[in-house]
Design a protein around this ligand. Structure first.
Ligand code: ADP
Length: 607
């Protein structure tokens, strides 16, 4: 069910989805009101100029020359034309240098903010769907520049249509046959361009995953976080080799499409340039020479209009094809911004924690669809206020998945989880998550100050005490005291050269402090001590015991020495609970837990 809705809609690239293009324009209008109207005004002004000067004024001049008209009138008309051009040029310059750059920046910023907001609402499962994720990246990369391109092209399209209709009408009045030829070659040209566009789309689609892969290589080679591993192993050489193969794949892809693209662009040139342009000029010449009623003015209008029409028709065809491309991108953008989260918000407000019960919970990740595997099956247990629960088991047993379900980052496939006796799906998500503090195994430190990192958002001086006590509880105080800027110290050197880079263990302590500072009823700690040294681990265990005395703690641990303090231990194997009880009970059972414990204990002894 869920997967169906987040699966991206496939487009064959043939249709122009005006709905998606209009949605982009709607955002342009919403974020930069007036932009479209001002552009359209310029377009109308320019189109009127094209018709006035390109056709009527030229005809007027030639006819005046032929018939000997009053030169003062000719001069007055000419000055009017110059005045009009000056006003139009000034307006065009203002648009190009003042209004448009500002509006583009504003549009970019607002579109990006919208996309970030949407990204925050996305279900975690969306990230598991490769096809959706590809489109998502495409939407993020393209949407803002696309919106401006769509706007520019809509205006140019309007300009084309206005001039075409105007010129076409004048042209048809002079020679309807010629007007018909223009129309016929336009239609032919359109089909050729459409074909070209389909080929370009197929090429872009094939190139997209290759480009993403190449982006990954670039990231690996320039980002700090990979630098050490690359120097210490052979990954660098392997990745370089892989990069070369991928880059060659890109060249092969470009080669594959090159003949088709050359063929199609030649056909397009032949139709528009040779047939239409040269053919029409010949025809006009023939009319002037053979038809006495065909004046010099008509001939000159014919010539200039042929060129202008040729340009405009070409432009129009280009735009229509361009709109196909726009609509493909716009469709991806639409899929993304109209994406409804599957983790639906309930209405109930979660009160202070009393109990958490898992009843026959089973779970299968929605992706991969082709090879779904049940990760948790029929898991049931209850956690009461103040209890310390340890979850242990081999890698891949489903422990982290369980914590994700507890935080409602995914919804269970079967069974249910009850918080204070109510299904967690009935709660307002943020009110429910407010009761849970967590440290993820793959915790992240943000490029922000220590204060902001610990508070998990805005930090003010009034929160200094809370931040410092959380840091002390997490065992970071020694390092913290040495920092001159204390809570205002910038973490990472991403934006600030004076920022500090933390070691793995130190970073983990910040993540733990973040969970402590949240002051939540429940703490979920996924391998909280994995990056800590034995002393720090011992300290952390003591702090968890002290700082979380009144709190409920669910922690995942590989190291069974940390599980001694748990009230209850659940041993997971293959997504199922296979053993449960206190440390002593499980040791007495002499089962898998006891074996695991003894093997780890032996190792410690030998070490
Ligand atoms: P543990 O924490 O016990 O090491 P996990 O809960 O991380 O185990 O993983 C359990 C199983 O679920 C593994 O087989 C893993 O490959 C799979 N898995 C984890 N995350 C995802 C995901 N996002 N999509 C699909 N399968 C996943």
């Amino acid at each position: 069910m869920g997967s169906k809705r987040i699966r991206s809609r496939k487009k064959n690239g043939k249709q122009i989805s005006m709905k998606s293009v209009l949605l982009l324009l709607k955002y342009v209008r919403k974020y930069t009101p007036g932009y479209l109207a001002l552009e359209l005004l310029l377009v109308i002004g320019n189109s009127a100029w094209d018709i006035l000067v390109g056709m009527l004024y030229v005809k007027y001049l030639f006819d005046a020359l032929e018939k000997g008209a009053d030169y003062r009138r000719v001069l007055a008309v000419t000055f009017c034309m110059i005045g009009y051009r000056m006003v139009l040029t000034l307006y065009g310059k203002w648009m190009a240098n003042v209004y448009r750059p500002k509006a583009n920046l504003k549009l970019h910023e607002r579109m990006q903010t919208k996309l970030y907001e949407k990204a925050l609402q996305l279900d975690l499962a969306s990230y598991d769907n490769t096809e959706f994720y590809n489109d998502f990246i495409w939407a993020i990369r393209e949407s803002d520049t696309r919106a401006v391109k769509v706007l520019t092209d809509v205006c140019s399209l309007c300009s084309c249509v206005i001039t075409l209709v105007g010129m076409g009408a004048v042209f048809a009045a002079i020679d309807w046959m010629a007007a018909l030829v223009v129309l016929a070659s336009s239609v032919l040209g359109f089909f050729v361009r459409t074909k070209a566009n389909q080929i370009r789309y197929a090429k872009a689609k094939e190139m997209n995953p290759i480009t993403r892969k190449l982006d990954y290589f670039t990231r690996v080679f320039y980002q700090n976080e990979y630098a050490k591993e690359l120097r210490m192993g052979n990954m660098g050489a392997l990745l370089q080799e892989d990069y070369e193969q991928t880059a060659e794949g890109k060249i092969a892809c470009a080669k594959k499409y090159a003949p088709k693209l050359i063929g199609i662009s030649l056909a397009s040139e032949l139709i528009t340039s040779v047939l239409f342009n040269v053919g029409l000029l010949g025809y006009l010449m023939w009319r002037y020479l053979t038809d006495a009623g065909f004046t010099l003015g008509d001939f000159s209008v014919g010539i200039s209009a042929t060129w202008k029409l040729f340009m405009r028709v070409n432009q129009l065809i280009g735009f229509l094809a361009q709109f196909q491309e726009h609509s493909i991108y716009a469709e991806k953008f639409r899929t993304f911004v109209t994406q409804k989260p599957q983790i639906l918000n309930g209405t109930e407000k979660a009160e202070a924690f009393e109990s958490l019960e898992l009843r026959h919970v089973s779970f299968t990740y929605p992706f991969p669809e082709k090879n779904p595997k049940q990760v948790l099956s029929d898991v049931s247990f209850t956690v009461r206020k103040g209890e310390k629960i340890a979850i242990v088991g081999y890698n891949g047993a489903g422990k982290t998945t369980l914590t994700k379900l507890l935080m409602r980052l995914y919804d269970v496939t079967d069974g249910a989880i009850f918080y204070n006796g109510t299904d967690i799906r009935n709660y307002d998500i943020s009110s429910f998550r407010a009761h849970i503090g967590s440290v993820f195994q793959d915790y992240k430190i943000f490029a922000a100050t220590i204060g902001e990192n610990v508070m998990g958002g805005t930090y003010t001086d009034a929160q200094k005490e809370a931040v410092e006590s959380a840091l002390t509880a997490a065992g970071f105080s020694e390092k913290y005291q040495k920092l001159p800027q204390k809570a205002d110290t910038e973490l990472t050197r991403e934006f600030d050269e004076k920022g500090i880079n933390l070691s793995g263990g130190e970073g983990q302590k910040i993540a733990i402090a973040r969970a402590f500072a949240k002051n939540s009823d429940i703490l979920i700690l996924d391998e909280p001590s994995s990056a800590l040294d034995p002393i720090a681990e011992y300290e952390l265990n003591k702090t968890i015991e002290a700082a979380a005395k009144d709190r409920t703690v669910i922690f995942i641990s590989h190291r069974l020495s940390t599980t001694r303090m748990a009230d209850r231990i659940y041993l997971f194997d293959g997504g199922k609970i296979t053993e449960q009880g206190s440390h002593e009970e499980l040791l007495a059972k002499k089962g898998f837990y006891a074996d695991l414990y003894n093997s780890q204990f032996d190792k410690t002894q030998t070490a």
